[in-house]
Design a protein around this ligand. Sequence first.
Ligand code: SF4
Length: 320
Amino acid sequence: MSAPSPRSAPVAGSAHELNKLNKRLRRQVGQAIADFGMIEEGDKVMVCLSGGKDSYTMLDILRQLQVKAPVRFELVAVNLDQKQPNFPEHVLPEYLEGIAQPFHILEQDTYSVVKRVVPEGKTMCSLCSRMRRGALYAYAAENGFTKIALGHHRDDLLATFFLNLFFHAKISGMPPKLQSDDGKHTVIRPLAYVKESDIAAFAEAKGFPIIPCTLCGSQENLQRKVVKRMLEQWEKESPGRLETISRALGDVRPSQLSDRALFDFMALGRHSEAPLPDLHAWMAGAPASEVDVDDDAPAAKPVDALAAIRAKNFDPIWNP
Ligand code: SF4
């Protein structure tokens, strides 16, 4: 479930300001859809709706784009009722019926399972979000959905990038579009370019019937909170920094990093095609006579960066 809004930039209460914000969101979502080929003719898109500000905003903007889109696609809002205590079951159906949005409410008591398995006082979000993902993916497969839309926004992408950097020593994040490991699902994140404060302001101005995400009594992952605070501080001290980092995620230069799987540093500056000796042994001090040179070794294959990236796929840090 999406986290509570840390703050929302005021929309100044005027229709003009709301209209400007709405246009900006539409443009940014449209840009992300186009940049990553998120939607195509005939798609059946499952819009995952948690009842938080992010997913309401995603649905609203996708519906606006659908009206004018050059391709026909279907949008179905799907909510997973996880049976949390006091979950207001009527809120989403009433809202969705009110806007004539096709929807489905899935029911699965993941709450009891998570409560039983996770020790008291530990955060439940990791297991809870995995179970939610499992239920939603299964429903998508059974019902012929071609895309699964999640409401993660730019600041979620940035936080995940820094969490992976700080705690997994990896340059990796939360991509705007990805395929599940079994290849059965394509997940899209249409809000990938949208900043959280804009979403918060939009949700407030539109008066979406937000369902609080504190029903489960869990705390957001502590590390994620720390990283989010760090990002907020950066933005306060240097406005625009987060946008700069966000742009950088789309402009990676493997030759300017140090990943040997993504760039063929070995081939740089070579003046012969002879195989290289075992330079590691050589540098470790082995006498030249003991350093292997395999004259029959096949010439090194050129680096296949795409295959290397795929091979490096790892289970990213969760995000509720
Ligand atoms: S446990 Fe975490 S992910 Fe699950 S509903 Fe609660 S806040 Fe959301």
